[in-house]
Design a binder for this molecule. Structure first.
Ligand code: ATP
Length: 517
């Protein structure tokens, strides 16, 4: 675990050192849980967004996009339930003065039991080899049974507390924390305050006080911008159910605990799609979107074993089924995307609060209804973090040297091709520039002439550039260059005229999209 935390720290400093992610307002020592994306980070982020946007809007005839404003009429958040119910249960440790989410403390405790069970299983698997029968081991091994029992008891109590009538039972959450003897990781003590509710929305004022300023909120999710535009899009786009509306945009949450770099930020970006369907078909569509979204993630080639679904114990006030797609980060399996069956909750609430009729007339069935909604909601920044974590490697090479390389999927890499003149003379820089001038219209290229070639390769490895080309004296004679592959480090001689054909297909978003069909 300590080793994993070490790796995570290295990834965070790598992100800063190579222009991916900086603390916000860095010269003033940063702002808690707010980050800026640098010259390489913004490219990677844009590529992630394109991969998502195109997979939604280009690959589905019945999904269109919008871009709604961040500020919304304040009644929106009354209707959606966020003013009354967008709360996290928080608890403070009196000794360290650190604040935690009570639900997260308990979920971490459950994960500890799960880990213990998993460790026993792995040990036994090694001992018994091919003959190992996991189901039998789980049902007979004493230590596994004991931990499973602890897990089940805790899970049951947690579910009851989170789903109590009239809202989360805060006293019950505190009692669980005391009974489980959960300690503050900083002070190591159990000196906890009571659990309190905390609303996560940021407030500001619109208009001057003299005009009667009104309190407005920075949106805590992009979804409501889609719901309030449902009628506009359905009518002007003549959309027929089932259809979806996709959106990418900033969201803001005053997170209580924000300590894991860009995993939990106070200003972040979401990519959300609401899919409007006929009531009664929601569980089929929920299953279909689970599958579609998992495929989108796994299509990046990070290995199916690094993903899992995690069904929610506590359903949000609007949902009748919900699951998370979790990715194996250095600090455990963590949510990257949520898929929710939101029923007709949001549209009905907006109909009620606005006084407008929000329904769909189904010409085939000759009836009107309020559509149900399946939502897929993914954080761009968490996706970015998962990609960084999986791609980062400190590699020991056969000659004993080391290199830090980002094995980014080529289609997402910030720079696709680096072009180097071997030396700064004999027309080599001009030739290299010529290659770039030709290819820059097709993908992102970078020219580098400083330092030895080896050092230039290392710099490109560190930003995940999949291809490097070197112009040498032979190039000037026969128009061939060496093309070096980031992952294998193999070099081959190719004709300049063939470069575009070799590289473009591998680095384009289209290459990823084609694998989805
Ligand atoms: P968590 O339980 O981690 O707080 P959530 O379940 O509240 O997340 P959702 O409301 O389902 O998250 O939001 C959808 C997605 O938005 C999440 O899967 C995540 O990728 C992203 N997201 C949510 N909150 C944050 C945040 N504070 N910082 C970065 N990304 C976030």
């Amino acid at each position: 675990m300590a080793q994993q935390e070490d790796v995570f720290k290295k990834i965070v400093s790598h992100c800063k050192e190579y222009g991916f992610v900086f603390p916000s307002s860095d010269i003033y020592d940063g702002l808690a849980a707010v980050y800026d994306y640098g010259q390489n980070g913004v490219e990677l982020k844009n590529n992630i967004k394109q991969y998502w946007w195109q997979s939604m809007v280009l690959l589905h005839e019945n999904i269109v996009g919008i871009d709604a404003a961040i500020f919304m009429h304040p009644t929106t958040w009354k209707a959606s339930g966020h003013v009354d119910a967008f709360n996290d249960p928080l608890i403070d440790n009196r000794d360290s003065k650190k604040r935690y989410r009570a639900d997260v403390l308990i979920e971490d405790q459950m994960a500890k039991y799960e880990d213990k069970i998993q460790k026993e299983i792995e040990k036994a698997r090694k001992r018994f080899g091919d003959k190992f029968d996991e189901a039998q081991f789980r049902s007979t091994n004493e230590r596994v049974l004991e931990n499973q029992q602890k897990y089940d008891n805790l899970h049951h109590r947690y579910q009851e507390a989170m789903n109590a009538e009239g809202g989360i039972d805060l006293d019950a959450l505190k009692q669980i924390i005391l009974d489980e003897e959960i300690v503050c990781p900083i002070s190591g003590t159990r000196n906890w305050t009571d659990v309190r509710q905390f609303n996560l929305m940021f407030k500001t004022e619109m208009g001057s006080t003299a005009d009667g300023a009104s309190t407005i909120y920075l949106r805590p999710e992009t979804a409501q911008g889609i719901f309030v535009n449902y009628l506009n899009v359905q009518k002007t786009g003549r959309m027929k159910i089932p259809f979806g509306i996709a959106q990418i945009g900033k969201a803001f949450r005053n997170e209580i605990v924000a300590r894991q770099f860009i995993f939990r930020m106070r200003e972040f970006e979401q990519m959300e799609m609401q899919f409007f369907i006929q009531p009664g078909t929601e569980l089929d569509w929920f299953a279909k979107w689970k599958e579609t979204r998992m495929k989108w993630h796994q299509n990046l080639g990070f290995g199916a074993e690094n993903y899992r679904f995690h069904d929610h114990d506590k359903l949000a006030h609007y949902a009748n089924a919900a699951t998370d797609i979790e990715f194996h980060m250095p600090f455990g399996f963590k949510e990257v995307e949520g898929i929710h069956s939101r029923t007709d909750f949001d549209l009905s609430q907006h109909a009620k609060f606005s006084g407008k009729k929000i329904e769909y007339f189904d010409p085939e069935r000759n009836e009107s209804y309020t559509p149900y909604v399946i939502e897929t909601s993914i954080g761009v920044d968490r996706m970015f973090l998962s990609i960084m974590c999986h791609s980062y490697e400190e590699q020991v090479l056969p000659d004993g040297q080391t290199r830090t390389v980002l094995h980014l999927p080529a289609a997402l890499a910030p720079v696709k091709l680096a072009v180097f003149p071997l030396t700064k003379k004999d027309g080599m820089p001009e030739k290299a520039q010529e290659i770039i001038n030709d290819l820059r219209f097709h993908f992102n290229c970078k020219y580098e002439e400083k330092d030895q070639i080896g050092k230039r390769y290392r710099r490109m490895d560190a930003i995940g550039c999949p291809y490097c080309v070197t112009v040498d004296p032979q190039t000037l004679e026969d128009n061939t260059v060496t093309l070096r592959d980031r992952d294998t480090m193999e070099q081959r001689r190719v004709n300049i005229a063939d470069l575009r054909g070799i590289i473009e297909d591998k680095v384009s978003i289209t290459s990823l999209l084609k694998k989805l069909l």
